[in-house]
Design a protein around this ligand. Sequence first.
Ligand code: BG6
Length: 489
Amino acid sequence: RRTPDACVLVIFGVGDLTQRKLLPALYRLAMEGELNPNFSIVGVGRRDWSDEGFRDFAEDSVKTSKETGDFDQQTWDGFQEGLFFVGGPFDQTETFRKLKEKIEEVSRQRDTGGNVLFYLATPPSVFAPIAELLGEQGLQEEGDGFWRRLVIEKPFGVDLESARQLNAHIHQTWEEHQIYRIDHYLGKETVQNLMAMRFGNVIFEPLWNRQYIEHIQITASEDLGMEGRGAYYEEAGIMRDMLQNHLMQMFSLVAMEPPANFDANAIRDEKVKVLKSITPIPKERVAEFAVRGQYGKGTLYGENVAGYREEKGVNPESVTPTYVALKLEVNNWRWQGVPFFLRTAKRLPKKVTEIAVVFKNPPSDIFPNKAERNVLAIRIQPDEGMSLKFNSKVPGQDNYLREVVMDFKYDAFGQLTGTPYGRLLLDSMLGDATLFPREDEVELAWQLVDGILEAWKEPAPEFPNYKAGTWGPDAADDLLGPNRRWRRL
Ligand code: BG6
């Protein structure tokens, strides 16, 4: 187990993400003894707070979070001593001058050796200005024995062009090795386990190819609607909010070739290679490969819920998709002819993320009833685990087959430790970029998304086309083609 260097974490933005995810994750790291004892945080935001004000905000966030477990006063007392605050707008030099002074003061007082991790938990429109203004104060400059790093939240741009611009802009002051782009799905144990499962065993990899696999389904379904994020979502939609990042990352890990070792770049090189092997979808054929949807009102868990167009911050005639099902083809020796079906949406009947590898039928049919396809289902969340469905003989005179299931649950390890954000924060303090998408990965994912969004500009879709609390538009079934159906989750 590695303990990170002492450092100051500067969090820009004291909104939802900081309150609901970052501070609870950091406090939990403190409880688990994962942080350096001198670890300190400087919050930066528009509020007119003293250090005390930020400590109250953090205490509230830690106490109300479900991710922190029981509140431990002693851990909290130690943790809160390292919390500081600087108030000011993100686009003014003055804020950054004050921040620089604060960092110097905290570094001295808490003996953090000059290491600083900057975390941009702000709206994306200020990513580039903040990176630049930090540079103006020389805050990105590393020195003998100390580091400076920049963690950037998603969405990284809104399309390929803006992602490229953002990369270029940030690179004017920051070097690629200093940049950590967050995709919190990579912080999930079960997503990381994809590599362990594939490359830490011999029994799966020989089957992991076009000879044995019929198709693969990757589903990330959410029951939640907008939760007050309507205005953001109007711009993002499902493609930018989930597909470009979380789904494409899971796809890469399932489809990539084995890396030479666990080096960040060895793994990212393989992810990039498979992203480059995706067959481009011609604009005029997008309808054969992608189905979009938007939820109307419906019922969920027995309650009536509003349609997307009725949500706060949403245009009543919005054409923003809240559902997408996508077929990807990969043009390489391993995957030629094996379609990958990705689907993700808001307001489906339940929250579940799963990767299902569906195997081919046996080549000969000698039983009285037909053998079902074997399925390896990797449950990312909830009920983390993996199950293998195969056929077995029903006891008795006839050779009837029936599906049976072999199941592994993560509970076998005891409770899942840590939070995805905790893991990624820790890795960025340790300087381990393995679980952070590189700029070329991000750009390749945008390229795919851009092509689809471009084709969807016209004609306007007939939305809403699925009821909240159902599994999405009917057209998604046709996308699969004959003899395939979406997994019932
Ligand atoms: C975020 C999206 O990145 O991921 C949200 O912005 C979504 O819209 C969330 O709800 C899902 O994450 P998780 O970890 O709850 O599956």
